[in-house]
Design a protein around this ligand. Structure first.
Ligand SMILES: [Zn+2]
Length: 340
């Protein structure tokens, strides 16, 4: 029997396959080691060298033809099954429906919504701003001129011509934009995504989430700042939590602080607080007069406090997640743990 006839026979048998199981057997028979294709492949090494190339091509063509035929028949059979179902053959309207898979909110979305709720209840505006930001708003207006060392610690993605545009390295530019538009007194928070040009590891990610807060009013003091942070922590953890301030330096606040919160996971030291009973929570401080000035607010009349809350960090802390890369990795096995 010549090869053409072999192929025609095989195609005819494929066309006659009555269901998917018969078709699967046929596929094994035709494409398997001892099948039609296998026989052709086995012959190749024993052929004279000039004939091996054409024989190889012929085998490939045969494989393609058989595969296409099998796929086409499989599609026909599936279509026929479906049509039979539609006509009521094999369809039972009384069977319970298959369970519907439900999605869920990302843990960062959940914590953001909770915080927005808490700050709204304290009379804060919730603001949003551009993720591609002018250098002025991201740095200059925040008292971070071009030669300031803080620019090195915030490795920046520059984009656009002459480096005038950056992917924002923090959510603070939203505050500057807000101060330009709003007249004091005001309170606002701006949650959002920020970007750093960094190598990623368990504690560093190029994209993460922050929530910046700003209050401007008359005689705003560190006492207001501490009171607000305690309200915030009570809202998140549902109980009174002690905080402490350590001096910290950030160009846009004076004085600046690192705020630590009492570890909520232990009584005597644990992995999360590294045995210290304190968890570094956020940088904060009283707004630098130069920042108020840059936004057209008279620092002799108004003062304020600002804080930057790391949302990614907060999610990691509250769920005991040890690698920041899980958050935006898109791995469903990770995300499904938060569905409820
Ligand atoms: Zn602890």
């Amino acid at each position: 029997m010549d090869k053409q006839t072999n192929l025609e026979n095989a195609q005819a048998r494929i066309a006659e396959a009555s269901d998917q199981a018969v078709l699967a057997d046929l596929e094994r028979e035709l494409l398997g080691k001892d099948g039609l294709l296998g026989q052709q492949l086995k012959e190749i090494p024993s052929l004279p060298p000039p004939e091996r190339g054409p024989a190889g091509r012929a085998a490939n063509e045969l494989k393609a033809a058989l595969t296409a035929g099998l796929l086409a028949r499989a599609a026909e059979l599936a279509e026929a099954d479906l049509a039979a179902d539609r006509e009521g053959v094999g369809f039972d309207a009384t069977l319970p429906a298959p369970p519907v898979e439900r999605g869920s909110l990302h843990p960062i979305t959940k914590v953001t919504r909770r915080l927005v709720q808490i700050f709204s209840s304290m009379g804060y505006h919730i603001l949003d701003g551009p993720e591609v930001e002018l250098d002025w708003y991201n740095f200059e207006a925040l008292n971070i001129p071009a030669d300031h060392p803080a620019r090195d610690s915030q490795d920046t993605f520059y984009c656009g011509e002459e480096g005038r545009l950056v992917l924002r390295t923090h959510t603070s530019p939203v505050q500057v934009r807000a101060m330009e538009r709003m007249t004091p007194p005001f309170r606002l928070v701006c949650p959002g995504k920020v970007f750093r040009h960094e190598n990623t590891d368990a504690t560093h990610e190029h994209t993460f989430h922050q929530m910046e807060g700003l209050v401007v009013g008359k005689d705003i003091s560190v006492g207001h700042l501490v009171g607000t942070m305690k309200t915030l922590l009570r809202g998140i953890f549902g109980k009174e939590i002690d905080v402490r301030l350590r001096p910290g330096h950030f160009p846009f606040v004076e004085p600046g602080f690192e705020l630590d919160a009492r570890c909520v996971f232990c009584e005597s030291g644990c992995r999360v607080c590294k045995g210290t009973r304190w968890i570094e929570l956020l940088p904060c401080g009283l707004v630098h007069p130069k920042v108020l000035e840059a936004a057209g607010i008279d620092p002799s009349e108004w003062s304020g406090f600002a804080f930057g809350l790391g949302l990614s960090r907060l999610v990691m802390l509250s769920h005991g997640i040890d690698d920041v890369r899980h958050l935006l990795g898109g791995d469903l096995r990770f995300l499904e743990q938060f569905s409820c």
